[in-house]
Write a protein that binds this ligand. Structure first.
Ligand code: ES4
Ligand code: ZN
Length: 324
């Protein structure tokens, strides 16, 4: 099974580029940029990754970004992830990035997006890995800040496929960003939002993203299973759900293999993704292998999950056919 999983050509739709920052690259960039790190070695840094819920993870995730300063740092970060993707037989990726987490530290929006984009371009020709970029807004910052960053993205629209919403969901409902997402849609961008597992008001948040925001996909969204009406709604709209098993294990102590089986039985469109693979110490193959071991998924189930990634991707219908 492990070999079967490793050899399958795969797509990944939910990976935060900042969550792919490996400790070795952190140390190299810290030295170059004269940034001091708490840990003395990469091993010590990994030992300090003790998350038990979303806020405890987010604190470490944002602190880790302090080494990313120059445009070339974002190039190196993105190229390193896309090399890993190529080694895992991932042929297509949709990458999230969190510009507000960089502009708040004085790094320019243009440095961030230009560095990432240059690596995407080189990875396509040098590694054969195709990728598209999704601008993610931080939901614990204001709607005004999100709108300012959408406007900063206007000269770069050709580098983006969509917008997303991440960070701390508590008291930050989808409706807070209705105007920003409506504008993004009017500019031709696709829409997705995180509905993290077991958050307060999760059913209402899932309802808002589908009915009010009218997203094209949902990130996580595992709690949709609590409502038949929401499941039917998602099915009628062919909405993909980007589930991240190892990430869920850190946040809710479960790989959600039972929930994934139920989603498949109900005819929903879940895919498997890594979320923040450096911090959770599991890239896409490791997520699929852990899930298969826990849930005894058949080869057919695994093929369905991988096909769902391509089906619910934001590739053109014509390009999807090359992979399906
Ligand atoms: C995230 Cl695991 C998780 N949840 C919410 N926002 C995020 N950004 C990066 N990883
Ligand atoms: Zn995520």
């Amino acid at each position: 099974m492990k070999e079967f999983i490793e050899n399958m050509p795969k797509a990944e739709l939910h990976v935060h580029i900042e969550g792919t920052l490996e400790p070795e690259l952190s140390f190299a960039l810290a030295q170059k940029n004269n940034v001091s790190l708490k840990a003395k070695t990469p091993e010590e840094m990994i030992k300090a990754y003790d998350f038990y819920d979303l806020p405890s993870f987010l604190d470490i995730y944002y602190a880790g970004m302090s080494v990313l300063i120059e445009e070339d740092d974002f190039y190196q970060l993105t190229m390193a992830y896309l090399k890993r993707a190529a080694a895992q037989n991932i042929v297509y990726v949709e990458l999230f990035f969190d510009p507000q987490a960089h502009t708040i530290r004085g790094v320019s929006f243009d440095s961030v997006i230009n560095g990432i984009h240059a690596a995407q371009k080189d990875a396509r020709t040098e590694l054969g890995v195709e990728s598209q970029l999704i601008l993610c807004f931080l939901r614990d910052m204001s709607a005004e800040s999100a709108m300012e960053h959408l406007k900063l993205a206007k000269p770069h629209l050709n580098k983006l496929v969509g917008v997303g919403l991440d960070s701390d969901e508590k008291n930050n409902p989808p409706s807070k960003f209705a105007e920003v997402f409506s504008k993004a849609r009017s500019w031709g961008l696709k829409l997705t939002m995180h509905c993290d597992v077991n958050q307060d008001n999760t059913q209402e948040h899932i309802r808002q993203v589908i009915e009010d925001i009218k997203v094209d996909r949902i990130d996580h969204g595992v709690n949709i299973l609590e409502s038949d009406a929401l499941c039917e709604l998602a099915k009628s709209k062919n909405l993909g759900l980007t589930v991240c098993p190892v990430s869920n294990k850190f946040v809710v102590q479960s790989l959600t293999s039972c929930e994934l089986k139920q989603m498949l039985e109900k005819g929903l469109l879940p895919s498997i993704n890594s979320d923040d693979p450096s911090y959770f110490r599991a890239y896409l193959n490791e997520n699929l292998i852990a899930l298969q071991e826990e849930g005894q998924f058949s080869k057919e189930d695994l093929i369905t999950l991988v096909e769902n990634s391509f089906k619910t991707s934001w590739l053109s219908e014509k390009r999807k056919m090359d992979y399906l």
